[in-house]
Structure formats: structure tokens, C-alpha cells
Design a protein around this ligand. Structure first.
Ligand code: FE
Ligand code: FE
Length: 188
């Protein structure tokens, strides 16, 4: 799919707020790529597509995974929207025609991250949290500055705040979030 069709398809699938968020992540990812001294095209496209599946109902996520043989963990079964990362990576390949494995894995891992992410994965993980439309964390101004100064430290900070937030809501924690938090603690 060319760029114009990608924008059109995303706009037709996502609600306005999600679409604006998507553009925010794409632009933030390009800025972080510049700051890290790498090409901006792939991070931009990964940002654009990272939430491309975030429009399905719980039932649709489960059905999609069944149809296309995508593993569903117990945590995901209890909270199907978590699947938008895995489903999104699949749709990026099958519908949007992305073949680049770095782009696909940064979509795949954007929600929980994982220990020792590669640069693209980390850029998308951080961009999703700090893009300009976000307001959910009072420490965002500090984390945004950190992201351009020390990406690993910003990643640690995001995990620390996410853990605190999820625990305060007594929400189920994806074990990968906790494992990644432990890993990134070395950069605190
Ligand atoms: Fe997402
Ligand atoms: Fe997102």
C-alpha cells in the first residue's frame, strides 16, 4: 500500500482521537530517530501503523486470532484489547503490505515492550507513551526530555510509572511488562 492509501485506510478504521494519536506517534518516532542518528522513514511508518488494529471488539480480536492462528495468552484472553499489538503486526503485513521485520516487531511489541528491545522497538514503545496528545502522566514533561537525552532511562521511567499506575488500579499486569521493568531497572 502506498502512503496515501495507508492514511486513507487508517482514517476510515480509527476514531478521530486514535488517528491523531497515531500521527503523534509517527512524528515523535521520527524525531527520536533523528536524535538517535538513524533514518526516519521506518520509525515513522511503524508509528503510523502501531495501532492499526485498535478498532476491533473483544470478540473480533479473539476471532481474528483463532482464524489466523495467533497465540492468545491467559492475560490476553481476559483482556482482549491487549491483542491489538499482535493483530496489528499481522494486519500490517497482510493488509498494509509491510515486509520489514523491524517495523513488524516494533508493532508487535509496542504495548508491553520486552527486555533488551532493539532501537526501533524502543523508539516506538517510548513514542507511544510521550507523543504530544498524551496527558495521562504528570511526569510526561520530564520523560519527554529524558527520551531525547537517554532513551533507556526514559524506557525505565515509563515502566516504573506504568507498573505504579496498573497496580493502583489493581489491573492485571502482563508478565512481560514486569519482566521488562526488571530488565530496564539497570538504566534507572
Ligand atoms: Fe497500542
Ligand atoms: Fe498507541
Amino acid at each position: 500500500m502506498d502512503k496515501k492509501d495507508i492514511y486513507k485506510e487508517l482514517k476510515s478504521k480509527l476514531d478521530n482521537k486514535r488517528y491523531e494519536h497515531t500521527l503523534g506517534v509517527a512524528h515523535t518516532a521520527a524525531c527520536l530517530a533523528m536524535s538517535e542518528g538513524i533514518d526516519t522513514d521506518k520509525p515513522f511508518l511503524a508509528g503510523l501503523l502501531h495501532d492499526c488494529a485498535k478498532w476491533m471488539s473483544d470478540k473480533e480480536y479473539i476471532e481474528y486470532c483463532k482464524r489466523y492462528d495467533i497465540d492468545v495468552s491467559d492475560v490476553e484472553k481476559a483482556n482482549p484489547p491487549l491483542l491489538h499489538a499482535k493483530v496489528g503486526a499481522d494486519m500490517a503485513r497482510e493488509i498494509y503490505g509491510v515486509t520489514d521485520e523491524e517495523i513488524l516487531s516494533s508493532i508487535r511489541w509496542h504495548t508491553t515492550g520486552h527486555p533488551d528491545m532493539n532501537l526501533m522497538e524502543e523508539i516506538i514503545f517510548v513514542s507511544d507513551y510521550i507523543e504530544p496528545n498524551r496527558t495521562h502522566d504528570p511526569e510526561l514533561p520530564m520523560i519527554r526530555r529524558e527520551a531525547f537525552d537517554d532513551l533507556h532511562k526514559a524506557t525505565y521511567h515509563i515502566y516504573a510509572n506504568t507498573m505504579k499506575h496498573l497496580k493502583s488500579l489493581a489491573k492485571t499486569l502482563d508478565p512481560m511488562t514486569e519482566e521488562s521493568y526488571r530488565y530496564y531497572e539497570r538504566y534507572r
